[in-house]
Design a protein around this ligand. Structure first.
Ligand code: ATP
Ligand code: MG
Length: 561
């Protein structure tokens, strides 16, 4: 199937296309409705790409609507983080940033409408009694004794609920549907509860707050949402969604369509669990680069285009499944490979002295910043008689196919000269502390000298000792040690990978990286992609996070586990 408007690539786009073709809707309107009670994660990113993507592709509109109906759990800080994340992902809501709380007056009016038409009542059972009366999957519920209250009595009680005459939990407003319904969501669901809490936007104007299903359905209708896209767990709520639309006088009739949640292997995609990690201090915050949050992935150096590409490759279905982390990393790698400038950096330095190099001589080599992208320019790299290489690029007693540096062997220093290992120097403990090499002074890469064409098997990266920039480099690994998080909340933290972060304090970078700005991403050749940390990288203190390795390492994990 090709990706043209005639053959939409998933079942939701097919529905949208058909509704536009049939004239059911002149314009598609979608929304992304987060609750501002935490940061957005990669699953939300999928939903954002779906909702905003459909609006863009079909010439429609998409609202960013804060579902702020629970003042106890929500905050303005979370709202700012959400707004930031959606913008960073590359989407524009124009003037359509809204809040369920913008509609509190209308939603309250809808409650009055239902009471007046005998379709809602104030219940005075305790929360425990309400639960007990609700029944179970196999047993029908029982009617509350308050179910027969007259509209007049309900209007009076509801007015006093709003006026603050009662304590939290003393009364609720319930829809009058069917206590024997096989669908528990239809057993007189609660529409409003008393909550004497300050709301981050409406302050103390309200002490009753609408429940999610009620507020959400009405908000959708008020915004003329045509297609209300949500995850599969809301499938059982759809009859309630429709009941609310059927029984109220609303300006439009949206259609709810469910799709499967995104689950990613080796991490968690539940806001509640991510919040638990933040609160327990197991990660440094919501934007810890190990977190699958949009803020964490941004700090990790993932480009927004990679996340959009990932969402599109994952697709939209009704089937519940788990996506491999390898797919996300492939998207990141593809994007960074195209755009990230190359640089030389040594994470675990071993000193190399070139004993025939002219004393104090500095030669500035020129190297392109990208093998294919001339537009990314070039830079100068200083070559001197004292350099550092990666400790594991030298082996004293290597296996046969080792093409890096070994006693008597030759290797090319990237963009520079061929060197030969003449002598190995150790400290008292026997640890190798220095390699003495001779340099083939005719062999500089790219020079006119025929010796520059001389082939040796290996090329390794390096930095000049006197010019190197010291850096802290943070290497991240999967958050969970197991593919799937434990089912029980109490247990999932035991499954955390204890080695999810390794810090290399003494890494050395080529001097061009001294001007890296927070958020700049480079490929450290042979090592992976690294981003200057947005929080901790500053003039005089270089801090880089590894975004992703150069090759997929997930396949290996799978076979050894
Ligand atoms: P969580 O389960 O992580 O707490 P949530 O559903 O409570 O998430 P909301 O802020 O209510 O978080 O979600 C906003 C929107 O994002 C909803 O439409 C929801 O269906 C969607 N969404 C949440 N998690 C995922 C996911 N893993 N995959 C796809 N969409 C998701
Ligand atoms: Mg939710």
């Amino acid at each position: 199937m090709t990706d043209t408007p005639e053959t939409p690539r998933d079942f939701i786009r097919q529905i949208v296309a058909a509704d536009l073709a049939s004239g059911k809707h002149g314009q598609v309107v979608t929304r992304f409705p987060p609750e501002p009670n935490g940061y957005l994660h990669v699953g939300h990113a999928k939903s954002i790409c779906l909702n905003f993507g459909i609006a863009l592709e079909f010439g429609g509109l998409c609202y960013l609507r804060m579902d702020d109906t629970n003042p106890l759990r929500e905050s303005a800080h979370f709202e700012e983080a959400i707004v930031d994340a959606v913008r960073w992902l590359g989407f524009d809501w124009g003037p359509r940033l809204t809040h369920a709380s913008d509609y509190f007056e209308q939603i309250h009016g809808c409650a009055i409408q239902l009471i007046e038409s005998g379709k809602a009542y104030v219940d005075s059972l305790s929360p425990e009694e309400i639960r007990a009366y609700r029944g179970t999957l196999t047993e029908p519920g029982r009617d509350s004794p308050c179910r027969t209250r007259s509209p007049a009595e309900n209007l009076d009680l509801f007015a006093r609920m709003r006026a603050g005459a009662f304590a939290d939990g003393e009364h609720v407003l319930r829809a009058k549907i069917d206590m024997a319904s096989p669908n528990i969501n239809l057993r007189d669901p609660v529409l409003y509860r008393i909550r004497k809490a300050h709301h981050q936007r409406t302050g103390d104007a309200w002490c009753i707050y609408p429940m999610y299903d009620f507020a959400h359905t009405i908000s959708d209708a008020l915004e003329h949402i045509t297609h209300s896209l949500c995850t599969l767990e809301f499938e059982d709520h759809r009859p309630l969604y429709e009941w609310i639309l059927d029984n109220l006088d609303l300006p439009s009739r949206p259609r709810q369509i469910e799709f499967s949640r995104l689950n990613l292997a080796y991490t968690v995609t539940s806001k509640r669990r991510l919040a638990a990690l933040v609160e327990s201090g197991e990660v440094s915050g919501w934007d810890d680069p190990r977190m699958p949050t949009v803020a964490g992935m941004r700090r990790r150096g993932y480009p927004p285009a990679a996340l959009r590409d990932f969402a599109s490759r994952v697709g939209v279905t009704k089937k519940d499944h788990q996506i491999e982390m390898g797919l996300l990393e492939t998207c990141v790698r593809d994007e960074l490979n195209r755009n990230a400038p190359r640089a030389l950096a040594v994470l675990d330095p071993l000193k190399v002295v070139l004993h025939n190099w002219p004393e104090d001589h500095v030669e500035w080599l020129t190297a392109p910043n990208h093998p294919e992208r001339g537009d990314l320019g070039e830079r100068s790299i200083p070559f001197t008689g004292e350099i550092y290489i990666e400790r594991d690029d030298f082996m004293e007693d290597p296996p046969r196919k080792f093409h890096r540096l070994k006693p008597g062997g030759e290797v090319r220093l990237r963009h520079g000269y061929i060197v030969r290992c003449d002598e190995v120097i150790r400290d008292e403990s026997g640890q190798v502390v220095e390699i003495r090499c001779s340099c083939d002074l005719e062999s500089r890469s790219g020079s006119d000298n025929p010796a520059s064409q001389r082939k040796v098997k290996g090329t390794i990266h390096w930095v000049s000792a006197s010019h190197a920039v010291q850096a802290e480099v943070r290497l991240y690994d999967r958050l969970l040690a197991t593919e799937r998080a434990e089912a029980r909340d109490e247990d999932f933290r035991a499954g955390l990978n204890p080695a999810s972060l390794a810090v290399r304090e003494g890494a050395l970078l080529e001097p061009a990286l001294a001007t890296a700005a927070p958020g700049d991403v480079y490929q450290f050749e042979r090592l992976g992609y690294f981003v200057a940390d947005r929080k901790d990288h500053a003039p005089g203190r270089a801090v880089f996070n590894r975004s992703v390795t150069l090759r997929d390492t997930w396949a290996k994990i799978g076979t050894s586990a």
